[in-house]
Design a protein around this ligand. Structure first.
Ligand SMILES: [Zn+2]
Length: 323
């Protein structure tokens, strides 16, 4: 194969450069994420040059002793976490690593990892930008609401909150931005009771935030609540078995696309034509390309898509071993 500029990472990563120099291959990004990046560049969904060239060069480390003193260089990333699938994947891995010890201590001590998914009403005509703004403002307001702060997750019970914004899309209903909150809590309140309280609060909060009454969710559809020890959102996180795909050594882009085509046919019934971002990115069907372009265009650069907050006043904090 003739090497092009697109192959630089492949060359440096997969050649014997690491072994030649006695380095351990330490790139934590799985291959399929590089494939997604590559095809988004090919389809001109990704157009910024810094993002196009992400992970294609090595740069010298400024501080040579961190974290591997014998390794003088690292891969140059673009750090556009909302727009670059590679940097986004690194951020997800980072947040997950950060959260794991806290979730473990919580579960070991009788707490619950509650997953809540917050949605808005929308239709095909709702603009993505507006939906995102209403969602973001509503989540912010909800976390500041008395029901949230004093009844559901007061400081003595609330150990951590992981916040994650996602966008899915369907042909029938258009963009569907939603927010997953994972709350580590020692509140003994039954999950059902939490659900009915939070559904009321969500409806009320969206009503005050949105100028358009159409977005106000109804009580049964606005919020999903479940006790989820694993922290995985089974519903929209991995319906195509991405985890299995990650393990599969990919042979070529074409094979990957075929694999998704098959999965699509088999799974379309279950997910009712609604696609997550990773599904659309992994299977660049013609109908997804304008959708992805719209998502990439309207995503605000400094928007925090995923973050983790720990409540250092919770008593369980003493059980977290400091490294
Ligand atoms: Zn990047």
């Amino acid at each position: 194969m003739v090497a092009s500029s697109n192959d630089i990472r492949t060359n440096s990563d997969k050649s014997s450069i690491y072994e030649d120099r006695g380095w351990k291959r330490s790139d934590p990004v799985p291959d399929h994420i590089y494939d997604i990046h590559k095809s988004l560049v090919e389809e001109e969904v990704i157009i910024r040059s810094e993002i196009i060239s992400c992970s294609k060069q090595f740069i010298s480390k400024i501080e040579k002793d961190q974290p591997n003193p014998e390794k003088p260089r690292r891969i140059k990333r673009c750090h556009y976490v909302n727009l670059c699938p590679i940097c986004n994947n690194l951020l997800e891995q980072f947040v997950e690593k950060q959260m794991n010890p806290y979730r473990q201590v919580l579960l070991d001590n009788g707490g619950k990892n509650i997953l809540m998914t917050f949605k808005l009403r929308h239709n095909q005509k709702s603009s993505l930008k507006h939906l995102q703004k209403v969602l973001k403002d509503s989540i912010k307001k909800l976390k500041d609401d008395n029901i949230w702060k004093r009844t559901l997750f007061p400081s003595k019970y609330r150990f951590y909150v992981k916040t994650e914004y996602e966008i899915s899309w369907s042909e029938e209903n258009g963009f569907h931005p939603h927010c997953h909150l994972q709350i580590g809590t020692t509140n003994p309140m039954p999950t059902d009771e939490m659900k009915s309280l939070v559904a009321l609060a969500w409806k009320r909060v969206v009503t005050t935030v949105s100028p358009n009454k159409f977005f106000i969710p109804n009580l049964s559809n606005g919020v999903d609540v479940s006790d989820t020890p694993s922290g995985k959102h089974s519903k929209d996180k991995d319906p195509y078995g991405m985890d299995a795909l990650k393990k599969m050594q990919k042979k070529s882009n074409k094979k990957m696309k075929e694999k998704f085509k098959k999965l699509n046919a088999a799974e379309s019934e279950r997910i009712k034509g609604s696609y997550s971002l990773i599904q659309m990115q992994s299977n660049l069907k013609d109908i997804f390309i304008p959708v992805l372009k719209e998502i990439y265009r309207t995503t605000v650069k400094r928007f925090r898509r995923i973050f983790f907050n720990v409540n250092t006043h919770h008593t369980l904090i003493s059980k977290i071993s400091s490294k």
